[in-house]
Design a protein around this ligand. Structure first.
Ligand SMILES: Nc1nc2c(c(=O)[nH]1)N[C@H]1C(S)=C(S)[C@@H](COP(=O)(O)OP(=O)(O)OC[C@H]3O[C@@H](n4cnc5c(=O)[nH]c(N)nc54)[C@H](O)[C@@H]3O)O[C@H]1N2
Ligand SMILES: Nc1nc2c(c(=O)[nH]1)N[C@H]1C(S)=C(S)[C@@H](COP(=O)(O)OP(=O)(O)OC[C@H]3O[C@@H](n4cnc5c(=O)[nH]c(N)nc54)[C@H](O)[C@@H]3O)O[C@H]1N2
Ligand code: SF4
Ligand SMILES: [Mo]
Length: 811
């Protein structure tokens, strides 16, 4: 998730003492035990009243990136309540959000999986029978061996899964690499289109999760006078003290304090703009590239581009810097924008107004604000790129700071998402080397189950080999709900997975009976991280970094075991247990990984100290993306073929000419607006509304989705504009039927002018609830019942996650 010790090796202040002092201060109230993490109260002079209460530090390990701090209070070996972080500087407290604070309901839920099971019904039916651990482990080992002997290691696939981030959390790769490896995957479901496209613009080592190509929100706070956010809502996606929602609050205060403003471009008024309606700039989803193009038009027409920057640092803005292969053919970016090349359409604000639903004058005034800002901070969340035209959209947004030459300077950003912390204090369990070369884009796995052997480099983005030798025959799914719920087109995926002649064995490892778990042949119950010793570097805030070490807070229920121990047992069946464990327990590994981190970093506390204090945090410096390149482009070239920002990419032109694309698909050497599959212009009489999604505050994807209290806090509702609701006779609270070309859901209506007309919005991650052997109507309101499975042209990614067309009616 984070990049390791890349840039800022050392911070300004050492917070060991501060953190410890905070705990001591708290001890007056809580009893001395809080000072010592795991030590029982009653020691160190606490009152006798809470004698049997113990405190264990742990963390939230789901994938919103925060890893906020849990301070568990347990009695008689069972957690009774939780406090969060109350240590150290109040600005550095990694306090859990409402979801993290509900973790006790998950740990102690009657829905926990308690013992290993084997499937007895049809795949997807959810019928299982308890078996022993011995039988489960023997079956898994036998199926692995059968798959390797019959097909080869490249028929094994470890599915994308993000349910649990912890230093020793998921040793799946380590085990499978010892057995000869598995089919690799590239990209992720978070940043799929952006990860594929941005390297063509900014260079191959440009990632979505770094502080070299993007600036931190703290830099915006320090120096920006205009923050323009495209599809980015930290108040929803970066909740909790260990995330940037707090940083963002400070950005608003600082930027407005110096007379600047925040512009929040979204198809709905998201929670980050909530209470600040003047910040919301409503846009039709999937059309940000049209807005960016019209802004570019205004900057060019008014002579507001930084031509010197474009000539020195970039390739392909205009004819002056076009590469030889494309010279004299009107293929520059300027040709596209001014209507002298490509589609020959001038990208005026009037042109964009029709597409984006933003009035031309509003576009003009945004362009003018951008041109006059001293330090515009242009930033995109990952919402805009999670569309079928995402590869072009994310580059088009980056064109704004590029044209202005406002990159690598104080208070500016590269158009990417804000940077993430530069320091991972502790690493994870080493995974070893995977001997299999073949690699598929992660969203292509269903195709690889269905017809892997037909997939090639040019028709499916396969890398490492020219074509796949195998279909996927063994699916390994640890801590993920991406077999169905979080993937796309659940009804289609069901067809593929329920055919047992295709994928012959599915292993799922979870804590509750998710929709994906229903497809398991063997289903294993996992001990949760608060039920074992746990360690992880803190999350996404750029303001500080930290590490938490502690636990267990209680014993795992039933027959739940740690994945480390179970994988060691599987390794044993292959005679590689010693290589897997290297003679160490999980606890040994955690200590070793911690000490390895501390050895590289002079400021971290010793092992004995961290065990006592549980939490260590310290402030981080701000980051300015591409500062080194800006300061000296000769000495610090980008990892593009030219060493410059490639507005025109010859590599993309080459891919466009050589890959096999389906009708309607395009790959473009410059960032353009294309509608994309089920994008702008695709609505029709049967499906007259655009539909898109967003990440919801009551869940982390589907994690926490079964906890009723959270569902009551922020319900699963379809956002619909009053204009669209009225014509359908819909009022808030109505139960609706939503149909797309892929499927049908039931969901409650939320009629609100906080969404643009013509588009409806559905929070992603709700639990799919359908009779898959009956009518398949999803009563759970899962958006992936509606998405169509059609990987995007370049990334072969999950663009359909946010691009849908639907009809909505009262159910
Ligand atoms: N349509 C649409 N689809 C999307 C998205 C979207 O925006 N729209 N977003 C996409 C994105 S960005 C992502 S990252 C993916 C996320 O998709 P997933 O990675 O599937 O994330 P979750 O739904 O949180 O599922 C995590 C699973 O891990 C389990 N789990 C939690 N803790 C533990 C543990 O300690 N041990 C074990 N064994 N299991 C555990 C949880 O119960 C849950 O079933 O979804 C993607 N899907
Ligand atoms: N509460 C919560 N937090 C989370 C998660 C979660 O499930 N719940 N998931 C975590 C994970 S793994 C990830 S990857 C991140 C996801 O982070 P993002 O991908 O940034 O989150 P999204 O909600 O998909 O999109 C961000 C915003 O973009 C808007 N949007 C969608 N399409 C468009 C568009 O075409 N144009 C514009 N301008 N705006 C658009 C959405 O309404 C939303 O407000 O969040 C992380 N944080
Ligand atoms: S913000 Fe994320 S990591 Fe922090 S408590 Fe909430 S769900 Fe957990
Ligand atoms: Mo994600």
């Amino acid at each position: 998730m984070t990049t390791e010790n890349k840039k800022h090796a050392v911070s300004r202040r050492n917070f060991v003492k501060g953190t410890f002092a905070g705990a001591v201060a708290g001890a007056g109230l809580l009893g001395g035990a809080s000072m010592y993490g795991c030590a029982p109260k009653g020691e160190e002079g606490s009152t006798g009243a809470a004698a049997e209460e113990t405190i264990a530090w742990s963390q939230c390990n789901v994938n919103c990136g925060g890893n906020c701090v849990f301070q568990w209070h347990s009695k008689d070996g069972k957690v009774v309540y939780m406090e969060s972080d109350n240590t150290g500087d109040i600005n550095l407290q990694a306090r859990a959000c409402l979801r993290g604070r509900s973790m006790r309901r998950w740990l102690n839920s009657p829905d926990r999986l308690l013992y290993p099971m084997k499937r007895v019904g049809k795949r997807g039916e959810g019928k299982f029978e308890q078996i022993s651990w011995d039988e489960a482990i023997q079956t898994i080992a036998d199926k692995l061996k059968y798959t390797i002997d019959t097909y080869g290691n490249d028929a094994i696939y470890v599915n994308y899964a993000t349910g649990m981030y912890s230093a020793t959390g998921n040793p799946s790769s380590r085990l499978l690499n010892l057995l000869g490896g598995y089919l690799k995957r590239s990209y992720d479901y978070s940043t799929n289109m952006l990860s594929a496209a941005l390297p063509f613009l900014y260079g191959d080592d440009c990632g979505p999760y770094d502080d070299v190509y993007a600036s931190s929100m703290t830099e915006a706070e320090a120096n920006s006078d205009l923050v323009v956010m495209f599809g980015n809502s930290p108040a929803e996606t970066r909740m909790g003290g260990a995330n940037i929602v707090w940083d963002f609050a400070r950005v608003r205060e600082a930027v407005q304090g110096r007379g600047g403003k925040i512009v929040n471009i979204d198809y709905r008024m998201n929670e980050s703009a909530s209470g600040h309606p003047e910040e919301w700039l409503p846009i039709r989803p999937g059309t940000d590239a049209a807005l960016a193009s019209a802004i570019a038009h205004e900057l060019i027409a008014n002579d507001q581009v930084d031509k010197e920057f474009l000539d020195t640092y970039c390739v392909g803005y205009d004819e002056d810097t076009m590469p030889e292969s494309a010279k004299g053919q009107n293929k520059s970016y300027k040709d596209y924008i001014m209507g002298t090349g490509y589609d020959m359409v001038e990208k005026t604000p009037e042109w964009a107004a029709e597409i984006t639903q933003i009035p031309a004058d509003t576009i003009r005034s945004l362009a003018s604000d951008l041109a006059s800002a001293e330090a515009p901070f242009v930033v995109q969340g990952w919402g805009p790129q999670r569309h079928t035209n995402g590869e072009d959209t994310c580059r088009a947004i980056c064109m704004i700071p590029i044209l202005l030459g406002k990159i690598g300077l104080p208070g500016t950003n590269t158009g990417q998402r804000e940077a993430e912390p530069s320091v991972a204090l502790v690493g994870g369990l080493p995974s070893g080397k995977n001997p299999v070369e073949a690699c598929i884009p992660c969203y292509e796995w269903v195709n690889a189950v269905d017809h892997g052997k037909e997939m090639t480099a040019t028709n499916a983005g396969v890398t490492g080999v020219e074509k796949l030798n195998n279909d996927i025959k063994f699916l390994w799914n640890y801590a993920g709900n991406c077999l169905t719920n979080q993937h796309g087109d659940i009804n289609y995926t069901h067809e593929v997975l329920s055919d047992e002649s295709k994928c012959e064995f599915i292993l799922v490892w979870d804590t509750v009976m998710t929709d994906s778990a229903k497809y398991a042949d063997i289903l294993l119950p996992d001990a949760m991280r608060s039920e074992q010793l746990n360690m992880k570097t803190n999350g996404y805030t750029e303001w500080y970094t930290g590490v938490v070490v502690g636990g267990p807070a209680q014993d795992a229920p039933g027959e739940c075991r740690t994945s480390y121990d179970v994988m060691a047992d599987i390794a044993d069946k292959f005679g590689v247990k010693d290589q897997f464990t290297e003679g160490k327990t999980q606890e040994d590994w955690i200590r070793e990984l911690y000490e390895a981190g501390a050895e590289k970093d002079s400021e971290m506390p010793s092992w004995d100290e961290i065990v006592k204090q549980g939490v260590y945090k310290r402030e981080l410096p701000t980051a300015i993306g591409l500062k080194d390149f800006r300061d000296d482009p000769e000495a610090n070239p980008l990892a593009t073929p030219s060493g410059k920002i490639e507005i025109y990419s010859e590599r993309l032109a080459d891919i466009a000419a050589t890959w096999e694309l389906e009708e309607g698909e395009t790959i473009n050497p410059i960032p353009v607006f294309t509608p994309g599959f089920q994008g702008y212009g695709s609505v029709n009489d049967e499906y007259p509304l655009y539909c898109t999604g967003f990440h919801h505050k009551s869940r982390t994807h589907s994690s926490f989705g079964f906890i009723p209290e959270l569902e009551q806090v922020a319900r699963q509702q379809l956002w619909i504009n009053p204009a669209d609701a009225e014509s359908r006779g819909i009022v808030s609270g109505d139960m609706l039927s939503v149909k797309s070309p892929a499927g049908e859901i039931r969901i409650e209506a939320k009629v609100t002018s906080r969404i643009v007309p013509g588009t409806v919005g559905i929070p992603q991650g709700a639990w799919h609830k359908a009779d898959m052997f009956g009518d398949k109507v999803d009563e759970g309101g899962c958006v992936n019942t509606l998405t169509t499975y059609k990987p995007t042209p370049l990334a072969k990614g999950n663009g359909n996650a946010h691009s849908m067309i639907v009809q909505v009616a009262k159910a």
